[in-house]
Design a protein around this ligand. Structure first.
Ligand code: AMP
Length: 419
């Protein structure tokens, strides 16, 4: 299938050609006709599937056929959970609409609000926004939605995880009821379905990758190691494998800063990216990582979400995430667009339980590797048995299983400060 069979017009086809895209990705092949037909859509698709073009291209087609935006109005609103994702989506919108007479802009927190107010004055056809800043702008009368035609919630699952549900509900209340709604989410959890009930009407449901299944093109390995040895093991792995571009995940912002210093002390160029860093510092770190001047980018989950780095070869889980689904998101940064990626996890004894949870989720026992100088403590299990329940000691009854928490992926909304 080619893009022209989807009924896209010449300026868009030209922009796609310029990008070197020859064929639509599966999400694009399904979403573009449904959205062009004016349907609401609920799509399960992760970053890396081409979802951004999947909703952007048909929106551009729709908007090109109507009247330009009036003062302070927005005709299409794309909501994203993080600043980085907002900036990336806005960049894609600008790229694909290059040959069209459509205007677009992006607004997010952490930077001055006044220039954003100025940009909104004459109205924009497409507005990309994070929820918090959008509400601020609305409350200051800088943006109006009476002419809104399309709403996109991008990475809706992460928006809920980050505690944006109240902002989203407030935003939905200020939008005109007659509009096209597009909901994109990595997974369709019960919470997402609940949100969808108040949002989409008779939606076309699209799913391009089985939820919670890791991309098959990512080679995954585990190194069992004592916590104190992790920095040295990471440095050794960077040296042994000549990794030139590696994204390293830590659990905390403080941990990211500390590890960055340790890596730099070993002579490598590294930078940290997390919610306490200024927007300028984050943009600079990401640009350095993309152009190769920074070899190792150390990130927390929230900051790394949605980072679009083409063909990232290597991801390292310096610490395993508390929420098993985040493992899938993390390793989804590598092995994208058909290239093979590598994901390595450094697992200390206290993380073995988290590892088992991950293995259960991805339905796979991860290969355990080791380096001669980094042997784990003897009492650590050499291999985790992902699909088997651990046997209770002889003569003792197995413990009753703890009841599952209602929402296992819920986390503190503190990260909202990111936006
Ligand atoms: P996304 O999932 O929207 O973040 O897109 C992931 C990456 O795929 C981005 O770098 C896009 O530029 C790229 N991409 C999107 N659509 C296509 C396509 N049809 N062919 C090749 N690459 C694409």
């Amino acid at each position: 299938m080619s893009f022209s069979t989807l009924g896209l017009s010449t300026p868009i086809l030209d922009a796609l050609k310029e990008q070197g895209y020859t064929n639509p990705t599966p999400i694009q092949a399904q979403a573009i006709p449904a959205i062009m037909a004016g349907k609401d859509v609920m799509a399960a698709a992760q970053t890396g599937t081409g979802k951004t073009a999947g909703f952007t291209l048909p929106i551009l087609e729709r908007l090109a056929a109507g009247k330009p935006a009036g003062a302070n109005q927005a005709r299409a609103l794309i909501l994203t959970p993080t600043r980085e994702l907002a900036a990336q989506v806005a960049e894609s919108v600008a790229t694909y609409s290059k040959g069209m007479k459509l205007s677009s802009t992006v607004v997010f927190g952490g930077v001055k609000i006044n220039p954003q107010m100025m940009k909104l004055r004459r109205g924009v056809d497409i507005l990309v926004a994070t929820p918090g800043r959008l509400m601020d702008l609305y409350n200051q009368n800088a943006v109006k939605f009476s002419n809104l035609e399309v709403l996109v919630l991008d990475e809706a699952d992460r928006m809920l995880d980050m505690g944006f549900i109240h902002d989203i509900k407030k935003i939905l209340k200020i939008l005109p009821p007659k509009r096209q709604n597009l909901l994109f989410s990595a997974t369709f959890s019960n919470d997402i379905r609940k949100l969808a009930r108040g949002l989409v009407n008779n939606p076309v449901e699209i799913s391009v990758s089985p939820p919670n299944a890791a991309a098959p093109s990512v080679e995954q390995k585990v190194y069992k190691v004592e916590k104190a040895q992790k920095p040295a093991l990471l440095v050794q792995l960077i040296k042994d494998n000549n990794w030139f571009q590696v994204l390293v995940f830590t659990k905390t912002k403080h941990g990211a800063n500390k590890l960055t210093q340790q890596i730099e002390a070993s002579g490598f160029k590294a930078a940290a990216i997390h919610g306490n860093k200024s927007q300028g510092a984050r943009t600079k770190a990401l640009a350095g990582f993309k152009d190769g001047s920074i070899q190792i980018l150390v990130a927390t989950d929230i900051a790394a979400r949605g980072l679009d780095i083409d063909q990232l070869p290597q991801v390292v889980n310096y610490e395993l995430p508390n929420v098993a689904e985040d493992y899938v998101h993390r390793i989804g940064r590598t092995g994208r667009a058909g290239s093979t990626g590598h994901a390595i996890s450094l697992v200390a004894e206290e993380e073995v339980k988290l590892l088992r949870g991950i293995e259960r989720l991805i339905k796979k026992t991860l290969e355990v590797a080791s380096l001669p100088d980094f042997k784990p403590l003897a009492k650590m299990p050499a291999r985790s048995k992902s699909n088997a329940q651990p046997k209770p000691p002889a003569g003792r009854k197995p413990l009753a299983r703890k009841p599952k928490p209602k929402n296992p992926t819920a986390r503190k909304p503190a990260t909202k400060a990111d936006n």
